[in-house]
Design a protein around this ligand. Sequence first.
Ligand code: GDG
Length: 450
Amino acid sequence: MSYLVVTSRCPISHEKIGGKETVKKNVGGVATALSSAMRQEGGTWVCWGDGNLDDKYPEEEYDGYKIVRVFMSPRERRGFYDDFANGTLWPLFHYFRDRIKNNPKGFSYYNQINNRFAEAIAEQIEPYQVLWVHDYQLTLLPKMLRKKGVDNFTIFTWHIPWVASEFYATLPKASEILEGITASDMITFHTDLYRKNFRESCESLIGNRHNIEEKLFTFSLGIDTTYYGSSRNQNQIIELKNNRKLIFSIDRLDYTKGLANRALAIESLLKRYPEDARKFSYVMIVTPSRSSVTEYINMRKDLEMTVGRINGMYSDLSWQPIIYMYRKVTDNNLMRYYRSADVGLITPLIDGLNLVSKEFVAATSKGVLILSRFAGSAYALEDALKVNPFDINEVADTIHHAMNMEEDEIFSRLRGMKETVETRDLKWWLNEIKRTATQRMNYLSGKIEP
Ligand code: GDG
């Protein structure tokens, strides 16, 4: 099945760094998953060329498929990306009411850029290709393309939560966005809850005129377990002094990830269980994200003040509770942390799925997973220690419990979770989407009964 994939970010970008031209790989989970599909099936990937040298490469062949780049001016970037996609839709779909910006100009840029994507796709798409659109930045595309006469089978994959319909209805452009997405032939979500919320939003705002129910599917994105679970990648394990337990997390800098609450849970742990001091080190890696947005710059300052305050209170010459790093790490180093950690502390306030939790489960042979009950992955990872990330003392108690868990319990919890992650891996996800798309195409062309 040849795809024309559309995402906001590209799998690679061309950058001039320190006077030298380099190719930067996008490390996100979506990029990794789709790269694997494109390598296997071939096709075209349409995306936004945001690298500072990308304009030299409007089209290029890469890894067995073709990349086609769409460009925007700095003003369009602010309106489309900063204001509407990340200033309105992102907080709305994560229930952050107070952070939602309602700048009407933002939507007109969003509309304009979606239209630019639609033009590029209409030019590139071959009649036999399946169009596969991703995420909240590109909701208007499917309808725009239908209007341009593009009638290719279209899949829309939603990667973040879909909120309750009464909350969604507060978005000024709520109906237009639903009309945009529902022009697709198949729409996929990470959990049944998001799928249900989406259906209810459609019912209350646009009715059932697009046969919505039959288009909706839940396929929770999986990871490449042959990579994360492989002993070939067995690199050096990090050993902390005095048998200290290693608690680990890695997240993009984002208010949805619950970073400050997590640091406060470490403080609460030290208050509630003073005997745990010096028995652990918490390695908190935060990777830079949306660093042009003022809110994110301020969020970083606040987080660093909280971490600094806690370390200032509890550190001595030979120990500090939180080892904080604000940077990207290499794949190899990430794997070392996954394999070395005794506790994976993954406590977003809300998250569409959270691939890190699945990667940790696949890579570790001894770790305990503490997981927010508001991460989409919590539905599948039943044997994780589930916490409410807003309840800081509960998280602290759970960390204490995890550090003292008997090996038998650790292994039996891991066994169940590893089985889930291995059977519902990336290959499974890609195959399920392909199989369902084929079935629906046959149904729509009248070859099979519903
Ligand atoms: C969105 C939704 C949903 C991160 N830092 C480094 C690094 N990573 C890799 C991780 C993981 C991926 O990036 C992050 O994936 P998440 O799922 O945790 O989070 P989002 O970026 O917010 O993704 C989310 C996802 O889409 C997929 O649908 O799960 O809910 O918000 O793969 O390993 N990798 C390396 N160095 C880093 O510094 N090597």
